[in-house]
Design a protein around this ligand. Structure first.
Ligand code: NAD
Ligand code: UDX
Length: 476
């Protein structure tokens, strides 16, 4: 029986775009995207979608109300769907055993328990969230333990490889679609039905069916190896600065080797985003779980390097500005973890902003997509502080820092009167700004710290800026 109705549990950065593209490409399938978060669902049903993703709005408009629906009635749509995507969040655990390393599987488990309870008939349950190896086994046990005589389950792994900011293009033209299934007749049959959905627009040659554990591990490894490339080139950047080499030139030369390839070799202030760090930590935890300390240590270094790169960049800023930024106004251009998204999870801008605030600076922020309350919360919320200000509902650190943070809605206004600009996100629009005008409005000497190697440094120097960047020594 072909799939007629899909229910996706979790209307986030993965569940929303993935379901929308399936609805577009498979008009005969009803796709219900469900979430417990009523505000998120309200936004998916409005003209202001809860996430910024280029091209997504048009597709949602084309499909919503036709064969794409957003609802908080999770159980109702799980009950009669043929196929259920579990696309809930799996953040790093913030408490208890495995704190700071293991993925928090609470949402996965509660989704699985609910499916076990309410499902009717034959169900294909698809693990779309990124999970540790053997998570599908746990889901299967939870479903069996529900002793639901009205339902039969087959569990598949189908990790998602989209990157934020290019999600629609990645979903339209995936490098591969990975399906992990039990090597049984029922498992192969379920994998075939899922593959048929993707075959509506993806060439069969890039749909790869493997065993469930390979699929789960491949997802963690793909992210770990992408992040490893960034940490490798970031490690090179420091060496370039002291030797006089230029990291862009080194990366270009290295990447022209077809065995290495040119992508993901851009030096930066470190990778951000909700996936890389979380998934490497999950991998490290997995190695440790099996007593494999060498592998754990090897992958841990990717994160150590990333953190080092961030703090190194912060120290470059303070050191160049005569060893103090106290009471100086510093403008951060870009708060999202990369361009074309409003997502700030694990953004390096947070580290830079907090560092500058702790050093006593006043910080202006301009980002074209990130919401003001998100910036304020990311910079000032310190969950480790218990003392709260009754009146404001904020702790005392938040109150103190809030006074020194200004979120701006215009790059020129943000920079005016500042001692320095710090580029933290690779938004293209920062390249097109009039830096002569900006220079005129700033305190002198006017500094630019380019954490993304985004701007034309020679042109900035010619205007009069003192320029610092990652991976290249600039004579000022
Ligand atoms: P997200 O936080 O944006 O969305 C998850 C959603 O699930 C939230 O809206 C939450 O309310 C909802 N949810 C949680 N528990 C629920 C439940 N029991 N019932 C109904 N809804 C529930 O997360 P995301 O970024 O979409 O990531 C989801 C998963 O996909 C994670 O495992 C992540 O690692 C993986 N992933 C993310 C990306 C990415 O670019 N963000 C890419 C590939 C894979
Ligand atoms: C990543 C993976 O790319 C994607 O396949 C997976 O499904 C989810 O995790 P995402 O985190 O959305 O996607 O964005 P990505 O483009 O990978 O960028 C992550 C971070 O690395 C960003 O902060 C980006 O600025 C940084 N980056 C990327 C670099 O610093 N240098 C590079 O060369 C590339």
């Amino acid at each position: 029986m072909p799939i007629k109705k899909i229910c996706c549990i979790g209307a986030g950065y993965v569940g929303g775009p993935t379901s929308t593209v399936i609805a577009l490409k498979c008009p005969d399938i009803q796709v219900w995207v469900t979430d417990l978060n009523a505000e998120r669902i309200r936004m998916w049903n409005s003209k202001d979608l809860p996430i910024f993703e280029p091209g997504l709005g048009d597709i949602v408009n084309a499909c919503r109300g036709r064969n794409l629906f957003f609802s908080t009635e999770v159980e109702k749509h799980v009950a009669d769907a043929d196929l259920i995507f579990i696309s809930v969040n799996t953040p790093t655990k913030a408490y208890g055993v495995g704190k700071g390393k293991a993925p928090d599987m609470t949402s996965i488990e509660s989704a699985a328990r609910m499916i076990g309870r309410v499902a009717m008939g034959k169900k294909i349950v698809v693990e779309k969230s990124t999970v540790p190896v053997k998570a599908a086994e746990s889901i299967k046990r939870i479903l069996q333990a529900a002793e639901n005589k009205n339902a039969q389950f087959e569990v598949l792994s189908n990790p998602e490889f989209l990157a934020e900011g290019s999600a629609v293009q990645n979903l339209f033209h995936p490098d591969r679609v990975l399906i992990g299934a039990d090597q049984t007749t029922d498992g192969c049959c379920a994998a075939r039905l899922l593959a048929e959905i993707y075959e509506a627009w993806v060439p069969a040659s890039v749909i790869l069916t493997v065993n469930t554990w390979s699929s789960e591990l491949a997802k963690l490894y793909a992210n770990a190896m992408l992040a490893q490339r960034i940490s490798s080139v970031n490690a090179a950047s420091e060496l370039c600065e002291v030797t006089g080499a230029d990291v862009s030139e080194v990366a270009k030369a290295v990447g022209m080797d077809s065995r290495i390839g040119s992508k993901f070799l851009e030096a930066s202030i470190g990778f951000g985003g909700s996936c890389f760090q979380k998934d490497i930590l999950s991998l490290v935890y997995l190695y440790e779980h099996y007593g494999l300390q060498n592998g754990a240590e090897y992958w841990r270094q990717i994160i150590v390097m990333n953190e080092y790169q961030r703090s190194r960049f912060c120290r470059i800023i303070v050191s160049a500005m005569f060893n103090t930024v106290a009471r100086k106004q510093i403008t951060i251009f870009g708060f999202a973890f990369k361009q074309n998204t409003g997502d700030t999870r694990e953004s390096s801008s947070i580290t830079v902003g907090r560092y500058l605030l702790e050093e006593g600076a006043r910080v202006n922020i301009y980002d074209p997509e990130v919401l003001e309350h998100v910036i304020i919360s990311d910079l000032t919320t310190d969950s480790t502080l218990q003392e709260t200000d009754q009146g404001l509902g904020m702790n005392s650190l938040e109150v103190k820092l809030r006074d020194r943070v200004t979120v701006c809605h215009n790059a020129y206004k943000a920079a005016a009167g500042s001692h320095a600009i710090v580029i933290c996100t690779e938004w293209d629009l920062f390249k097109a700004l009039d830096y002569e005008e900006i220079y005129t409005s700033m305190q002198k000497p006017a500094f630019i710290f380019d954490g993304k190697m985004l701007l034309n440094h020679a042109a900035l120097k010619a205007i009069g800026f003192e320029v610092h960047c990652i991976g290249k020594r600039i004579q000022n």
